[in-house]
Design a protein around this ligand. Structure first.
Ligand SMILES: C[S@@+](CC[C@H](N)C(=O)[O-])C[C@H]1O[C@@H](n2cnc3c(N)ncnc32)[C@H](O)[C@@H]1O
Length: 350
């Protein structure tokens, strides 16, 4: 009995008394801090556009295309003498990105520092430059993911996702990867039934499977009306490996979610990608989307981390550009804003 309790403590290490705290782990940050009404605007800056029908592409320009690709993609294209197709590029991206989430950052910092020092002793410029590159990437990853928590950004995501009028929602996550945002939504809206979809099987078998069971999501307890800590295995999740184009569902979801999907489609395919968010949505449902922001620090991040992140076509956009893609393809924008490194939209088909 005592042992079971101890085991539970280690696999689910956070409890209600930890709400309000933040802790840095070797791989990621846990952030159970809440925000007051007044602080809300610190985590999400909302509603800069008052009338979407007044916005035109001429006014706001088009997104910034990231042109620096991962070396793996360039090598593949040279060998195969053709452009890498999107599915293959995602399989490369998911493996590369997952490897970084798994790093024990303090240990790796020591290792890359030693590697750099010994490269200096080698007097080989290519070795020095390679080791320096690794060191810079690791420090950037540490800052962006582990210190700033810019990728998962639980406070920004909670601020963006709050206030949806749903009860025990069915949530469809398009291009789910490790599934983080659907789990955050599921924690906030108890009784949720989550369907994650990704056509790269590795996302189900490895990215999602290895997402830490011990990571706490700050959610809601409907019995007490208080906050509650929710873990991955508390949630009702089905993970489907399939192409979004093949999904058999009708208009049956309360929330259709995508994170980092729309910006991977050049303009001629945007309408199709937008349509995926409508096809499976109940009449009163919400489409919830985020995409990376076009800001100087994001451009720098995608430049330095190109070998990890840039296997696919990628744009960086403003929330106005993202909103206009949705608006001109038949969605009303209910809420829009910036969180740390992403734009966010809550919208509904017109
Ligand atoms: C950029 S990722 C999403 C970002 C994610 N939060 C992460 O951490 O990687 C987009 C995901 O969508 C998936 N995807 C892209 N096109 C798809 C399609 N047509 N059907 C199913 N999954 C797709 C990719 O395999 C990839 O895992």
């Amino acid at each position: 009995m005592k042992e079971a309790a101890l085991e539970n403590r280690s696999s689910k290490p956070y409890h209600e008394e930890d709400i309000g705290k933040t802790t840095v782990h070797p791989q990621y940050r846990v952030d159970l801090r809440k925000y007051s009404e007044k602080e809300y605007n610190k985590f999400v800056r909302v509603n800069t556009v008052s009338d979407w029908s007044m916005l035109s592409w001429q006014d706001i320009g088009k997104p910034f295309e990231v042109k620096k690709y991962a070396k793996e993609r360039e090598a593949w294209e040279k060998t195969h003498e053709k452009a890498m197709d999107p599915h293959t590029s995602w399989t490369y991206f998911n493996r590369a990105f997952h490897e970084w989430f798994m790093k024990d950052v303090p240990l790796e910092k020591d290792r890359t520092k030693q590697e750099f020092l010994s490269s200096l002793r080698s007097f080989q410029p290519s070795e020095v430059s390679h080791a320096l590159g690794n060191l810079v990437q690791l420090h950037l990853w540490n800052y962006v993911h582990r210190i700033q928590d810019g990728i998962w950004d639980p406070r920004g995501k909670r601020a963006l996702f709050q206030g949806l009028l749903v009860h025990r929602p069915r949530i469809l996550f398009l291009g789910a990867a490790e599934g983080y945002e659907a789990m955050q939504l599921g924690a906030m809206y108890p009784g949720a039934e989550i369907v994650m979809v990704d056509y790269d099987e590795y996302c189900k078998t490895t990215r999602f499977a290895e997402f830490p069971e011990s990571y706490p999501f700050l959610g809601h307890n409907p019995k007490t009306g208080q906050d509650k800590i929710i873990y991955k295995d508390d949630l009702n999740i089905e993970y489907v490996v399939d192409d979004i184009r093949n999904l058999p569902y009708g208009k049956e979801f309360d929330i259709v979610l995508s994170v980092g999907l729309l910006e991977h489609f050049p303009d001629e395919y945007k309408q199709e990608a937008v349509d995926w968010h409508r096809r499976f949505l109940k009449d009163n449902g919400y489409a919830v989307l985020t995409t990376p922001r076009n800001q100087l620090r994001s451009r720098l991040y995608y430049h330095v981390m190109a070998d990890v992140m840039n296997h696919t076509y990628r744009e960086l956009m403003t929330v106005e550009q993202m909103g206009l893609y949705m608006y001109e393809n038949g969605f009303d924008i209910l809420r829009h804003g910036y969180i740390k490194v992403h734009n966010g939209l809550i919208c509904r088909p017109r």
